[in-house]
Each structure stands twice: as C-alpha cells, then as structure tokens.
Design a protein around this ligand. Structure first.
Ligand code: ADP
Length: 396
C-alpha cells in the first residue's frame, strides 16, 4: 500500500464533479490534514479542516457539508465518539462519514460500520482507494439528496392538492346543499298548500320529488363527510368513557327503533375505561351502524348495541370493542369483501328496496382507521349481521 504524496493528488481533477460538494476533514495531525485537503481539492471538491472532534461537531451544527473524513485516533474526543454523536443527531444522522485509521484491523472496521460510518479508509492513504471511496460516497449522497428533494416536492404538491380539495369540498357543500334544501322546503310547502285538493297523480309526483331530493341531500352529505375524512383533517380528541358514549348513541336511536317495531337493547361494558376519541366522528360510526341495522332489519327483529373492554395481560393497554348486531336481512358471503367500498350496495331486491347511498360503511371504515382501529363484519344471509369495531385503548 503506497503512502500518498502531495504531487499525486494535485494533478487529478475530475471534471464530472463540479466544486459543489463540501468535505470536512477532521484530523489532529497537521500533515494528514494538509495531505487530505490537497487531495480533496485536487478532486475538485471544497475542503475544510478542523483539528478535533469538538470543533467538528461545532462546525457541523452551523454549516452544510456533504461528507466527513473522520480520523479515529484523536485526543479529547476520538472518532468513534464523534460518529456516535453525529448519528444520534437527527439533523446530522444522514451525513456520510468515512473513518480513517492506522489500525487496519477487522474489529475496527466492523465497529465503524456498526456505528453507522459509510466507509473506512486505512492509513497510510492509498490515493486510488481514497478517490474511489470519496467519489462513491458523494455520488450516493447526491442521489439520496435528489430523492429527498423529490419527496419534499411531492409532499408540497400533495399538500397543495389537499388544500384545493378542501376548498372544493367547502364550495360544493354550500352550492349543492342549499339548492337541494330549497327544493325540499318548497315541495313540503306545496304539499301542505295542496293538502285537501291534491289528486293522486300530483301526490305521486310530489313524493318522487321529495324522495329524490332527500336521496341527493344524503348523497351530498355522505360525499362531503368522506372527502373531509379522507383529506385527513385533524382528529379533535376528547376523553370519554365507552359506556357513557354508547349510552348516548343508544338513547338517540331508541325512539326510531320503537317506531319501526324492533327490539332494541344496549349491553354496556361490564368494566369500563376512558377512550381518547373524536366523539363527533365516532358518533357517526355508531350512528351509521345502528342506522343500517334498523334499516335492514324487518319488523319484530332485534338490534343490539354492545360495548366491552379487553385489557392486555400485563394490565397496560388493550382495546375497546363496539358491536352492532341485528337479526335482519344479512349479507351474502360474496358481498362481504366489498362491503366497505364506496358506493357498494348488496344487489338483492330486499336490500335495494331500502334507501341508501352505499357510502355509510366507507365513512365508518375511514373514521375507525383514523383512530387506529379496525372494523369487521360477520353475517349470514337471512339470519342477521354483526359489525364489530375494535379501538386501541391508549394509542391515540
Ligand atoms: P347504504 O347507504 O346503502 O346503507 P352502507 O355503506 O352503509 O350504504 O352499506 C353498504 C351496503 O351494505 C348496504 O347497501 C347494504 O346492502 C349492506 N348492509 C349494510 N349494513 C347492513 C346490515 N346491517 N344488514 C344487511 N345489509 C347491510
């Protein structure tokens, strides 16, 4: 292995690499610093030198470098310690480091690589090896930076798109909802004013206008909800006991279930725990599931809302379970994998006879997943269905 001579290095500029890369040389030995910096400059990179690890860390905090050539044996703070500190610092973790040491032993090389060094160079320097490693390292760094830059640009474009989508959703929400509400309002008024004198055909037409407008309003509301959730708005978390939360949902649906002639019951959790949930959105989950259970269960059927808490064996953490079960129409096995897809509806006469948009369950799934939870369904055609939501107790 030849020792690097000054003359060797001065005559090997590499045109392909403009002087954009900055290399920091950390070495307590004056001759080594001079040799390395000559060599680096000879390769057409900009070189900066410091005499110890502390100075290296100080300059790296404030200035931008593309590569560090770091001597292993230095007083005050050796190269391993400097490397450890660099790797522990999120702002400097990705900066490539080539370790330089006279100790050309496998143990040292392994230790450097384990600590996160990009490469290792033995002393005395071999100019060919030094050039190859320096170039390879800087090229890798350039590609990494390029990729990170691309990712940053993609993220910025996504954020812009999200903002545009938000604006669009708000505009649509206002521009579509208002006229539909107007149609609904005036058809109600028309029906009232024609009450006694209405002939059956007018009555039929009016009912069609009203049910179509209601369907359109539901569709717009569901689409807006879904767009808002998918845009990933921030969850407004509140602490709620599962039992109390479900009790309120139950009370909301009690009267409707009674009017539909269903046996509706609530089984509160035997042990209770606090949940960190966006109550408005989680209410939408339980409401959608209960509303489906009530819609797809014929007269005299049963609908049950159940809550339970399952703690992990070690006592910390666990999950909450919310289950909505009914004895209604049930769902054919082949439909189950698609049930949470947008606009998916079971294509059977009994199911189609019930008004719906096919969006409720996709909203449910999106909300549950935004809480770190899961939803699954168990069902048998003609016997009934169970929708089961699990939510982590402490992850939010
Ligand atoms: P929809 O507005 O049509 O009810 P959902 O997304 O809530 O939309 O549900 C998708 C489809 O899943 C429904 O159209 C229905 O066919 C089926 N479904 C949902 N819940 C039940 C249930 N409890 N019993 C039977 N079928 C159900």
């Amino acid at each position: 292995m030849s020792v690097l001579q000054m003359e060797d290095v001065a005559v090997q500029p590499i045109a392909a690499h403009p002087k954009t890369a900055r290399v920091l040389i950390v070495d307590d030995n004056t001759v080594n610093r001079l040799m390395l910096s000559n060599y680096v400059e000879g390769l057409n990179y900009a070189a900066e030198t410091v005499v110890n690890g502390q100075e290296a860390l100080r300059i790296l905090e404030t200035e931008q470098f593309d590569l560090v050539l770091l001597d292993v044996e230095m007083p005050v703070m050796n190269g391993y310690e400097v490397l450890e500190q660099l790797k522990a610092n999120p702002a400097l973790r990705d900066l490539p480091v080539i370790m330089i040491s006279a100790l050309d032993e496998l143990d040292n090389i392994v230790k450097c690589i384990e600590l996160g060094a990009e490469d290792y160079l033995p002393k005395p320097f071999n100019p060919v090896l030094l050039r190859a490693r320096l170039n390879a390292c800087l090229e890798k760094k350039r590609l990494r930076d390029q990729e990170a830059d691309l990712q940053r640009k993609e993220l910025a474009a996504m954020e812009k798109l999200t903002r545009l989508k938000d604006q669009f959703v708000n505009t649509v929400s206002h521009d579509l909802r208002n006229p539909i509400n107007t149609v609904l309002g005036y058809s109600d008024l028309l029906q009232e004013s024609l009450q006694d004198s209405t002939d059956p055909t007018t009555e039929l037409f009016l009912n069609k206008i009203r049910s179509s407008s209601r369907h359109m309003l539901n569709l717009v509301n569901d689409l807006l909800d879904l767009a808002k959730i998918e845009t990933g708005g921030i969850l407004e978390l509140q602490v709620f006991h599962l039992g109390q939360f479900l009790q309120e949902r139950y009370e909301e649906f009690e009267l409707l279930a009674q009017q539909k002639g269903l046996n509706f019951s609530y089984q509160p959790p035997p042990i209770d725990r606090k949940l960190n949930i966006d109550t408005l959105r989680m209410s939408q989950v339980v409401n959608n599931l209960l509303s489906n259970a009530l819609k797809y269960t014929p007269l005299d059927g049963t609908v049950t809302l159940t809550g339970s808490i399952h703690l992990n064996q070690n006592g910390s953490g666990g999950w909450a379970l919310i289950q909505v079960s009914d004895s209604g129409l049930g769902i054919p096995e082949e439909d189950i994998p698609h049930l949470f897809d947008k606009f998916y509806r079971v294509n059977r006469t009994e199911h189609r006879a019930v008004e719906g948009t096919g969006l409720g369950l996709s909203i449910v799934k999106a909300i549950v997943e935004s809480h770190g939870g899961e939803i699954r369904v168990e069902s048998e055609l003609g016997k009934g269905s169970s929708f089961i939501v699990t939510l982590p107790l402490e992850s939010l």
